[in-house]
Design a protein around this ligand. Structure first.
Ligand SMILES: [Zn+2]
Length: 132
């Protein structure tokens, strides 16, 4: 039986326990809003292991946001040919703000994936469940 790799589970938003069930409903940029499932449909792992557990994901997504804003800011600087005039301030604000909007579903999803896969010692991978 082939094991699901951690990278695959991370990218695809799979359950950290069995790496098979989906953590989310819907697709990253689909028309139906993505939601977090309560339990894994494959192994029954509860994702919100304690009430308010996903508040911790806000800190993860905050950190992601900061890094993305810096990255988008630097990219804007490069693509505008190093334009740092005061007049271009709104260009930066606009680009960075729209970048945050575009990346919001991405951050929602991956802040929770990171929380569940890397910051949750209570949930560990169990190869026993990693089969159809
Ligand atoms: Zn599972």
């Amino acid at each position: 039986m082939e094991k699901t790799t951690k990278l695959y589970a991370l990218v695809q938003g799979k359950c950290p326990h069995c790496r098979r069930g989906n953590i989310f409903t819907g697709t990253l940029y689909g028309f139906d809003l993505q939601r977090t499932n309560e339990i894994c449909s494959h192994c029954g792992q509860r994702y919100e292991i304690e009430p308010g557990y996903f508040y911790a994901a806000m800190y993860v997504s905050y950190a992601m946001n900061v890094m993305e804003m810096i990255a988008v800011g630097i990219a804007t600087y490069i693509f505008s040919g190093g334009n740092l005039e005061f007049d271009s301030l709104w260009m930066y604000v606009g680009v960075i703000f729209s970048g945050c909007l575009v990346l919001a579903p991405f951050n929602y999803r991956y802040s929770r994936v990171i929380l569940l896969h890397w910051l949750s010692p209570k949930i560990s991978y169990n190869a026993y469940y990693d089969r159809p």
